[in-house]
Design a protein around this ligand. Structure first.
Ligand SMILES: [Mg+2]
Ligand SMILES: [Zn+2]
Length: 173
């Protein structure tokens, strides 16, 4: 049987990103109740993935090694909080490189869906930008915008104030 999955944007959904995403593991600070949210999704049988645009690597602001260290810390902190992230996928290409993985393109979602045999129609993309919602729609999955309802793109299926509320919404559906 195909599995269901929740695809999470990283900056502003999992970790704080007040205008500036973390460039070092020390700068990575998880938002409240993120591990609990992921743990609940795990318990309900969802695979949980992170799909993140990290064009700063392609632009030379950050090395791939720093990004890997940030993601090791992210996996570890979520694990310590009782949650499991199945895989983190990052587009490290320059923003205008024309790759097929940078959101709003759906490449990262589609690659993971093929690799893990995911039922896209029963899966979700959670993000805080229009490009996250667009990527989810392009992949044919349901979308949840994190933020104020007034700022939500029209195309988003749902809006939630944070990841924990989004997870509750998914579990109620
Ligand atoms: Mg974001
Ligand atoms: Zn890319």
């Amino acid at each position: 049987m195909q599995k269901r999955a929740v695809f999470l944007d990283r900056d502003g959904v999992i970790n704080r990103s007040d205008g500036k995403p973390p460039n070092t593991p020390e700068e990575l600070v998880l938002l409240p109740k993120v591990s609990e949210a992921i743990s609940r999704l795990n318990a309900a049988g969802f695979l949980v993935f992170v799909v993140t645009n990290q064009g700063g690597v392609g632009l030379g602001y950050m090395t791939k090694k720093s990004l890997d260290r940030i993601h090791e810390k992210l996996l570890q902190e979520v694990k310590e909080g009782g949650g499991r992230i199945d895989e983190i996928k990052a587009c490290t290409h320059r923003p205008r490189a024309g790759c097929s993985c940078r959101k709003p393109k759906p490449g990262m979602i589609l690659d993971l869906a093929a690799k893990y045999d995911i039922d896209l129609a029963k899966s979700y993309m959670v993000g805080d930008r229009d490009s996250d919602i667009e990527a989810g729609r392009a992949a044919g999955i349901k979308t949840i915008f994190i933020g104020n309802r007034a700022e939500a793109p029209e195309e988003a299926d749902f809006t939630a104030p944070d990841l924990f509320s989004a997870a509750e919404m998914i579990l109620r559906e």
